[in-house]
Design a protein around this ligand. Structure first.
Ligand code: ADP
Length: 405
């Protein structure tokens, strides 16, 4: 990404509009500082919670009904204005929006106009929970200040480099193409940021290094990145495929769906909810938070141990698969809530893989250090790293690079 330029406006408001929440951050790209952050959650429910935190002040929290995304964004704009950071401020350059599904069309951040809005809308059937909420965010921000450029940064964009043999499912080509069935991948903003940051940690150019990125949050995905280009990733047509997640199953035999419909008497919507909301760690042991699972496992809880073991087994499978996909691996990197914080997950994922050049230094792994760091011993052939993700900074960086003066 281009270096920050200081002439002209340099502030970017980053918006992440989810199905029932809006997260926002105001960043100044002149020095990459955060001026304010905020979250409005439980939109549309009886009472919403709005926490707004200015960089140099205490968090301000309010509970009251917020009907929809438009109201949530107006509340955010009011709080920003109270700090002298309103949407009409001349220092504000643009709004950068996280958009989950960009299909095959959007491989780059894109300034939103009516045709882009229509294209994002046409992709909604592929991301029914996400794209409509993202669109709401864009429309509302545009209405609040029509002069400001709105930039869409797509979760799928980093994966548009997937070679055809990795993007294709082995099903009838005509049927697949008619219904846009292929692997798109998600978490791309995070995979892009973390793989680049890992190259910097190794003191090498991104196009020289091959990296396996494990983004382990509530949602989780792995990516194989060769010389800065993504060549494989574990999420597919939707964010359901791949690793075991907080509440999502990840990989299952697709025939499970037929079986549950034909013999289990379940409707398609029930199976959808089962695999997306009642599976993964939560389905296996009733908890989706890795902190709870580790504590229960350490206390001898068998279901928590099973959940942990299934999670780790899947992770190791993908590490092995992406090792083979890349041929040569320079770094294996952990990121997001679990990846950044759960030392036992990192240790178990790599245990016994010395013959692949993978090893972890126990002391480095368990040290409570923040920031990007190596956790492999010096002799290891492959670097193992922890690199905190920062999707908001990446969205702001891409937005600034596109519309900055
Ligand atoms: P999201 O996908 O919602 O952005 P995050 O990347 O914030 O998720 O990760 C959230 C998850 O990270 C939590 O559900 C929890 O399982 C895990 N997590 C956070 N802190 C810790 C910790 N100290 N130890 C283990 N797991 C943690």
């Amino acid at each position: 990404m281009s270096a920050a330029r200081t002439d002209g406006p340099s502030r970017v408001l980053v918006l992440n509009s989810g199905s029932s929440s809006v997260k926002y951050q105001l960043l100044d790209m002149a020095d990459r500082s955060r001026l304010a952050t905020g979250l409005v959650e439980r939109i549309g429910e009886r009472s919403a919670r709005h926490v707004h935190t200015p960089a140099d002040g205490e968090p301000r929290e309010r509970e009251r009904p917020v009907a929809d995304h438009a109201e949530a964004l107006e509340a955010a704009a009011d709080e920003l204005a109270a700090d002298g950071l309103g949407l009409d401020s001349p220092e504000l350059l643009a709004v950068g929006h996280r958009v989950v599904h960009g299909g095959r069309r959007f491989s780059e951040p894109t300034v939103v106009d009516d045709s882009v809005l229509a294209a994002i809308e046409r992709l909604s059937p592929l991301a029914p929970l996400h794209n409509p909420a993202n669109l709401e965010g864009i429309r509302t921000a545009r209405a609040l200040n029509p002069r400001l450029p709105q930039v869409a940064v797509f979760d799928t964009a980093f994966h548009t480099t997937l070679p055809e043999h990795a993007a294709r499912y082995a099903i009838d080509v005509a049927t697949a193409d008619a219904h846009r069935v292929r692997r798109y991948g998600f978490h791309g903003t995070s995979h892009a940021y973390v793989s680049r940051r890992t190259a910097a940690l190794l003191g090498r150019a991104p196009d020289e290094v091959n990296v396996i990125v494990l983004h382990l949050g509530n949602g989780a995905s792995a990516a194989a990145v060769a010389g800065g280009r993504c060549v494989d990733t574990s999420m597919g047509m939707t964010p359901l495929e791949g690793l075991v997640m907080g509440t999502r199953s990840g990989d299952v035999d697709p025939a499970v769906v037929f079986h549950l419909a034909r013999n289990g008497g379940m409707a398609l919507d029930d199976i959808d909810r089962l695999l997306n909301q009642r599976s993964g760690l939560a389905g296996l042991c009733g908890d989706n938070d890795m902190r709870e699972i580790l504590a229960r496992r350490d206390a001898g809880d068998e279901r928590a141990r099973l959940a942990f073991d299934v999670y780790i087994h899947r992770l190791r499978r993908y590490i092995g698969a992406y090792y083979a996909v890349l041929g040569r691996v320079d770094a294996l990197v952990f990121t997001a809530g679990v990846g950044e914080n759960a030392a036992p997950v990192r240790a178990a994922a790599v245990a016994g893989l010395g013959s692949l050049g993978l090893a972890i230094d126990e002391g480095l792994n368990s040290a409570r250090t923040r920031g990007p760091r190596l956790i492999s011993p010096e002799y290891a052939r492959v670097a193992v790293a922890v690199v905190p993700t920062d999707e908001e900074l990446e969205i702001a960086t891409q937005t600034f690079a596109l519309v900055g003066s």
